[in-house]
Design a protein around this ligand. Structure first.
Ligand SMILES: Cc1cc2nc3c(=O)[nH]c(=O)nc-3n(C[C@H](O)[C@H](O)[C@H](O)COP(=O)(O)O)c2cc1C
Length: 197
């Protein structure tokens, strides 16, 4: 059975468009027999990485309680990644970037010796054989523009940890009037149907 991890990160709660699309994709994947795990990074946020936590994530002795908690959470998030075959990332654009909540998750799963390693040929990702789907939602249009810092950033991070099989679904122009928004969502929902496990 294909196992799918859905990562929501919108701060807009019930108004979130990326969450609507992830729920749609979850239904499609369930119909194909997949087991779905959903993590909402806005409802259940990962702490912002600081110096104390970054040191804690390297492990070792004499860790503070705060560092031990962070290490336990990081281990849990990494295990979740390792366990699932397909990773779906909601990627709402806020101020031209991914949500802070998604960046915090990345800071907790990018771990040297765990999800990537450095070799004499450069960095090598350790999460092999997985697929990712990015659902990129934005108020404006950015897909082929220099203002798209969301998808290039996420594909770089995913490749860094070993995930190079990445499909991207865009829902753009969501703040450009009801007609453009409706057709963006219809097109995105249609595109989701073509995604294989
Ligand atoms: C704080 C904030 C910042 C935003 N910044 C941008 C932006 O830089 N570019 C853009 O095109 N849309 C921007 N938007 C619009 C969102 O991308 C849009 O509402 C989209 O639906 C977000 O996905 P979501 O509904 O899943 O949260 C912003 C929205 C918010 C709330």
């Amino acid at each position: 059975m294909n196992k799918v991890l859905m990562l929501k990160s919108s701060i807009l709660g019930e108004h979130s468009q990326s969450s609507v699309l992830l729920d749609d994709l979850a239904m499609l994947f369930k119909d194909k027999g997949a087991a779905i795990t959903t993590r909402d990074l806005a409802l259940d946020p990962v702490p912002v990485l600081d110096g104390e936590l970054a040191n804690g994530l390297r492990g070792g002795d004499n860790l503070s309680l705060r560092q031990l908690d962070a290490l336990a959470l990081s281990d849990k998030l990494v295990a979740e990644l390792q366990h699932n075959d397909t990773i779906v990332l909601a990627a709402p654009m806020y101020n031209f970037m991914i949500p802070t909540q998604l960046k915090a998750w990345i800071d907790f799963i990018a771990r040297a010796g765990v999800t990537f390693t450095y070799t004499d040929k450069g960095p090598q990702g350790l999460l092999i054989g997985k697929k990712a789907v990015i659902v990129a939602s934005s108020g404006g249009m950015h897909k082929d523009a220099g203002s798209n810092h969301v998808v290039p950033y996420l594909t770089t991070v995913l490749a860094f940890i070993g995930i190079t099989d990445v499909e991207v679904i865009y829902a753009e122009g969501l703040n450009m009037g009801a007609d453009i928004a409706a057709s963006a969502m219809t097109n995105a929902k249609q595109a989701l149907k073509a995604i294989s496990l």
